[in-house]
Design a protein around this ligand. Structure first.
Ligand code: ACO
Length: 323
């Protein structure tokens, strides 16, 4: 059978960094409140005119270079974003053109903070079906553009960035000793729309809108949903929780990450944490954290790595891979 094995990775953060103290000059908040409730100390914010596609291209160029291949060697791009450059065409096609990829296909997927898990799952299914050989999977966001900068309850939580992974179809024997993606699990429940959404869109208001969230309710669902999806992934792969070498969680809030790890009985030293430096970058958060873990020398070949996320919709999901 075909397995999707990661052969390249890269990430990009906009140059401009905004500290909690700087935010406290704009809205009624404090470094102490933000750190205590979320674990966030700073975030990166895209420059004026710097688009989601610019972030995605910067991360992708690094991913292609680390894989030692060119854009023309890719036959599929799946880009996860909730902040596309334009309503259409897909930001993935802009990235495709800028990477010099003239064949294959490129499209966006939209699952907000779970976007990268959805994208990697779609990519893996293309590989397993024999319809793609090399896939570029990207999570890229400019959430700073859909924040209400007057709303202290949300504007302190998010940041901008991008991360990318090159997956290659390689032969496996179907056992959990194979390298590559072992299993992915996607879930959604549209009844929770009002907990986390953007109050605009082409069909409803003809504006981009601003992010609205009932933070406490989101928090309550997050730990339960994330623990469930991790359990599903591990048992589908015929593994146990203690087999996981690294958890790469969506970086929304350190308390959610700690709470989920505790519920699963996993120790903090197995969890990759970037929320302090990146804040919540939605679909970019998992690949940014993954690349951080690789570049820090933590994630090594043959490690069992679990990616998990939850976001608006609600959507949630997991991806278990042998690195
Ligand atoms: N600075 C100071 N005070 C604030 C701020 C702020 N930035 N924001 C809210 N407050 C105040 C509130 O007004 C409230 O005041 P009140 O008691 O006088 O009414 C008080 O702090 C407590 O507010 P809560 O919302 O109850 O605070 P909570 O402890 O729940 O923390 C938070 C809020 C951080 C948003 C938390 O609920 C959370 O992280 N939720 C998860 C949301 C999330 O991560 N969403 C991302 C997308 S989904 C996902 O990725 C999982």
């Amino acid at each position: 059978m075909k397995r999707s094995v990661a052969i390249g990775w890269g990430s990009y953060l906009p140059e401009k960094m905004v500290t909690n103290e700087e935010l406290a000059e704009r809205v009624d908040t404090s470094d102490e409140w933000i750190v205590e409730r979320t674990g966030i100390s700073r975030r990166h914010v895209a420059a004026e005119g710097e688009l989601t596609s610019d972030l995605a291209v910067a991360a992708s160029e690094k991913a292609l270079a680390s894989a030692g291949i060119e854009g023309s060697d890719i036959d599929l791009i799946v880009l996860a974003t909730a902040t596309p450059d334009e309503t259409f065409p897909a930001t993935a096609t802009t990235v495709q053109a800028r990477l010099g990829m003239t064949g294959g296909a490129a499209f966006d997927v939209q699952a907000v903070c779970t976007g990268f898990i959805y994208a990697i799952s779609v990519a893996d299914n293309f590989v397993r079906a024999g319809q793609a050989e090399r896939v570029l999977v990207i999570g890229a966001e400019t959430f700073s553009r859909i924040l209400d900068w007057e709303d202290r309850a949300t504007c302190v939580l998010f940041g901008d960035g991008a991360g990318a992974l090159v997956l290659e179809a390689q032969d496996g024997n179907g056992a959990n000793t194979d390298r590559g993606i072992l299993t992915t699990h996607l879930r959604s429940d549209g009844r929770y729309h009002d907990m986390l959404y953007v109050d605009g869109g082409p069909s409803s208001t003809q504006t981009a809108g601003f992010l609205r969230m009932r933070g406490r309710e989101v928090f309550r669902h997050a730990v339960t949903n994330l623990a469930e999806t991790v359990g599903e992934a591990v048992s589908a792969a015929g593994l146990e929780l203690h087999d996981i070498d690294w958890v790469v969680p969506h970086q929304a809030n350190k308390r959610i990450i700690d709470g989920t790890a505790r519920k699963l009985g996993l120790t903090g030293d197995k969890v990759i944490l970037t929320v302090d430096r990146h804040a919540n970058t939605s679909a970019a958060s998992v690949p940014l954290a993954l690349v951080d873990g690789i570049e820090a020398g933590k994630i090594k070949r043959d490690d069992i790595v679990l990616l998990e996320a939850m976001g608006g919709g609600f959507t949630w999901g997991s991806c278990l891979m042998r690195w």
